[in-house]
Design a protein around this ligand. Structure first.
Ligand SMILES: Cc1cc2nc3c(=O)[nH]c(=O)nc-3n(C[C@H](O)[C@H](O)[C@H](O)COP(=O)(O)OP(=O)(O)OC[C@H]3O[C@@H](n4cnc5c(N)ncnc54)[C@H](O)[C@@H]3O)c2cc1C
Length: 489
């Protein structure tokens, strides 16, 4: 809890929390309100700095990961940019549009308070807006107070008419598996490290950590797969030891050129092209469910060649625990000796939100389905004057965040009106039902299978044409990309 004395140091219309890709996208679109941006880290870019290994690359082609009004300088280059290239690109973007002046670095938001009414939430919403309207995003008086802690114990308070929350779904808070007493990491004599801490090592430190060690990597998503390749590379030569990937749920892995395959043949194509059956890595669920939940991992070129050399091994295990010398798998009671256990077990993005959003609003973000209820992926109809960017996923998250930020800015500018609160809630419920039918992993809130429909609906709601190309031929034949959404402000 922040200190009792709450002398407000600055009052502004718009506050933005986080300066990753989503925060930067929101900042660009809302810059005309002279926003205040709080960023806990020391640079923009979020996960591209904090959750990236030396080998981390963009999984999407660069043309799919660019701002509509700022093409990559080498946008036809077919190679996938490294995380450092992405940080450079974002930095150039921020310089081009003079965005750095709004960002307060090393400034973590630690508390948010509602000052817009008596109790907050649904009741006030109906009262202030009347007739079940959501009400103006910028009502002309402070609605939220925000406490930050810039590099030290002293809190500072700010007040805003609208808050845009962009704290990210990944990074910052590691998800650590739970174990029964005396079967967790406390009894293990080796080292345990989450991938988030591994990201902090420089290349030599990372190689040193893994060289000649028996490494177990827990997980089989993108960060686990990249980690296995880095481990294999650190263990070349006679002294090298193989690493073992411990896999609970299999997901489809795809090579970099997968986009050229025709979708309904993808599964058989992948089974033919990659040695998935050889290593028992073919998932039980259809490819489309991983696509619909943004979960297929692009395999680095070296992944299967390293497995073929015996440098990466695989172990399927739904339950496991620590022993003093490694891991015990509870399904078949086998054991694995390990010196180092790397947890590529993901992040708890929700905690970052629940830590700062006060009740009753926090509970409005929880849904029995587990999906964060957001209209257009941005507004919770029951939370006044607050927007969220970066909490729905697609195959091109930058574009998804940018389009929703354009929508948000036009809404703040009163260029269009939201439907009534009840209608927005219905819309959200319908969307969640559709997602549930598409994939068992619907809780990831991924819109990849219908992102074009979403973009069309968003354009139409803003009063703009959803036909973004300049000819019928182009509409019929060329795929949609971020460049089609230029000139919308
Ligand atoms: C390893 C990895 C690879 C990925 N690859 C792809 C890809 O190929 N294609 C793709 O489309 N997407 C990819 N993604 C998804 C990626 O998360 C998004 O593309 C995007 O970068 C997310 O940006 P964000 O701003 O929403 O979140 P983040 O990047 O997490 O940024 C959030 C920011 O908020 C700050 N913050 C958090 N809490 C606070 C607080 N309380 N106060 C102040 N600041 C705070 C953090 O410091 C951080 O800078 C990848 C993600 C990871 C982790």
């Amino acid at each position: 809890m922040a200190s009792q004395s709450r002398a407000v140091v600055r009052s502004s219309k718009v506050g933005i929390i986080g300066a990753g890709v989503s925060g930067v996208a929101a900042l660009k679109q809302l810059a005309h309100y002279d926003p205040v941006v709080f960023e806990a880290g020391d640079c923009i870019g979020g996960v591209w700095k904090s959750c990236s290994y030396h080998s981390t690359k963009l999984q999407s082609p660069r043309k799919d990961y660019e701002f509509a009004d700022f093409p990559w300088p080498n946008r036809d280059d077919p190679t996938f940019p490294s995380h450092l290239d992405i940080l450079d690109y974002l930095t150039s973007y921020a310089h081009r549009f003079d965005l750095f002046k709004y960002v307060n670095f090393n400034t973590k938001v630690v508390e948010i308070r509602f000052v817009g009414g008596d109790g907050g939430g649904r009741h006030d919403l109906h009262q202030t807006g009347g007739d079940g309207e959501y009400g103006a995003l910028l009502p002309g008086r402070p609605v939220w107070e925000v406490a930050v802690r810039p590099n030290g114990p002293i809190f500072q308070w700010y007040e805003f008419e609208m808050l845009v929350v962009c704290t990210g779904k990944y990074g910052d808070v590691p998800k650590i598996p739970e174990f029964p007493q005396k079967r967790g990491p406390e009894i293990f004599k080796g080292k345990v490290m989450h991938s988030m801490d591994y990201c902090k090592l420089d290349k030599e430190e990372a190689t040193e950590l893994m060289r000649g060690k028996k490494v177990a990597i827990i997980g089989f998503k993108k960060s686990a797969i990249d980690l296995a390749v880095e481990c294999a590379q650190a263990n070349q030569g006679p002294e090298g030891k193989p690493c073992t990937m411990v896999i609970r749920t299999l997901h489809w892995t795809v090579p970099h050129y997968w986009r050229h395959a025709v979708s309904k043949f993808i599964e058989s194509y992948l089974l033919h092209k990659l040695p998935l059956q050889k290593y028992g890595l073919n998932p039980d669920h259809p490819f489309v469910e991983d696509y619909a939940s943004c979960q297929m991992a692009i395999t680095p070129n070296d992944f299967f060649p390293e497995a073929d050399k015996g440098n990466i091994l695989f172990k399927r295990a739904s339950k496991w625990c620590f022993t003093t010398t490694g891991l015990q798998f509870l399904d078949d009671n086998t054991r694995l000796d390990a010196d180092l256990v790397l947890l590529a077990t993901g992040y708890d993005g929700k905690k970052k939100l629940t830590d700062i959003i006060p009740e009753p609003f926090r509970s409005f973000l929880e849904y029995p389905s587990g999906v964060m209820p957001l209209y257009r992926g941005t507004i919770n109809p029951l939370i006044p004057n607050m927007a969220f960017v970066g909490y729905i996923e697609s195959v091109a998250n930058l574009h998804t965040a940018e389009l929703r930020s354009i929508w948000l800015a036009r809404l703040a500018d009163k260029k269009f009106k939201l439907p009534k609160v009840e209608k927005m809630c219905e819309h959200i419920s319908q969307e969640i039902e559709i997602m549930k039918k598409t994939t068992r992993f619907y809780q990831r809130h991924c819109i990849s299978t219908y992102s074009i429909n979403h973009s069309d609906e968003i354009c139409e709601e803003m009063g703009l044409s959803s036909w973004r190309k300049n000819s019928f031929l182009a509409e019929a034949l060329s795929p949609y990309g971020s460049q089609d959404y230029k000139h919308m402000e």
